[in-house]
Write a protein that binds this ligand. Structure first.
Ligand SMILES: NCC(=O)CCC(=O)O
Ligand SMILES: [Mg+2]
Length: 353
């Protein structure tokens, strides 16, 4: 349904009033509908605004040249070879998107128990960061820190007898963060949910001369069914044994999210992230109100897939659902959103001037 600028929602040329409908006017002091009577009036009182400055665009990188492989469970999202990743980085820059985030599809042959490929200075992420920074030094690049794209078992950390080790994992994550910072990454984003990793990474970055590298902590990351398509995209779905509930948060908890965020801030996080997004907007609001930190939300793969699939079936309007979901993050208090819709939304914002 197209609503043109300035036009009231009610159809001007629609059905005339039924003469049988009569009622005395209500004696109302306030009629909130007055502020909604036309697009210009709605714009005037709009409380939350989405701009391209609010968007971080996650991209998937894979081996190969000139490659764009669709991710079946994320219609509209491709795995990109490094050269194509650079082209999408250029697209982001042209659309005025401030920052992209990189996630690798690691060759299964390179995955092992300890995720050693994460420390390879020539791994896909590092190659992509270098290639992007060489051409577009002014585009922000965020790199995830966690071992799941690199481990044969699909977990975010080192494993021993089915247990994910905390402190031993943190030691590896520190090395991973340094490798990425060395490659030119601007924002290190630990997504592993190990205790103490933000402080350990901050110390290591500072000691090695990377004082300006920021940390966006996935502070409140929940064990969620909504990550399914992402695990397809990075090829860890089949590998994953068990679940991540001993390190990611229980979806029933809210106070605990504040404790997580508080600790990450104390350990030196520059920005905090809540993940997933739409089912956790209450957490975004509490975090923002409690700490006043730069607060981000991740509209994760399953959220993207739900909208894309329903739209693909003609059940909802893709554009409108996309924009409504994104402005909801702003309304909840987020300063920005990691979203697979970033380029599409930025294009729409640009068209609408
Ligand atoms: N560490 C990054 C993710 O786990 C992303 C999840 C998703 O998009 O579903
Ligand atoms: Mg924590």
């Amino acid at each position: 349904m197209a609503i043109k600028y300035g036009r009231p929602i009610e159809m001007r040329d629609g059905p005339r009033r039924d003469a049988a409908i009569t009622a005395p006017p209500l004696d109302l002091v306030a009629r909130l509908r007055r502020n909604r009577k036309a697009e210009w009036a709605r714009r005037l009182v709009r409380e939350s605004v989405l701009t391209t400055d609010d968007l971080i665009w996650p991209l998937f990188v894979a081996d190969g040249v000139n490659g764009r492989t669709p991710v079946p469970s994320m219609p509209g999202v491709d795995r990109l070879s490094v050269d194509q990743c650079v082209r999408d980085a250029e697209r982001a820059l042209k659309l005025n998107i401030p920052c992209i985030a990189l996630f690798p599809y690691t060759d299964p042959a390179l995955r092992d128990l300890s995720g050693s490929e994460a420390l390879n200075t020539k791994n896909l992420v590092c190659k992509s960061v270098r290639a992007i920074k060489r051409e577009f030094p002014d585009l922000g690049v965020l790199c995830d820190v966690a071992l799941d794209p690199f481990t044969s078992h699909g977990h975010d950390g080192l494993i021993e007898d089915g247990r994910i080790l905390n402190d031993e994992t943190v030691a590896v994550l520190v090395q991973q963060a340094l490798v990425q910072a060395e490659a030119g990454c601007d924002i290190i984003a630990p997504s592993d949910m190990m205790d103490g990793r933000v402080g350990a990474i901050r110390r290591a970055l500072d000691e090695t001369g990377f004082v300006d590298v920021q940390i966006m902590a996935y502070a409140a990351k929940y064990a969620s069914a909504f990550y399914g398509p992402f695990r397809d995209a990075i090829g860890s779905a089949k590998a994953l044994t068990g679940d991540k509930r001993t390190y990611q948060m229980d979806s029933a908890n809210s106070d605990e999210a504040l404790r997580e965020v508080e600790l990450d801030i104390a350990e030196g996080a520059d920005m905090v992230l809540v993940k997933p997004g739409m089912p956790y907007l209450d957490i975004v609001r509490r975090v923002k109100d409690t700490f006043g930190m730069p607060t981000f939300a991740y509209q994760v793969s399953g959220e993207y897939a739900m909208i894309a699939a329903a739209a693909g079936n003609g059940w909802i309007d893709r554009d409108r659902a996309m924009m409504e979901s994104l402005v909801a993050f702003k309304r909840a208090g987020a300063d920005g959103v990691l979203t697979y819709f970033a380029a599409e939304a930025a294009e729409k914002l640009k068209r609408n001037g």
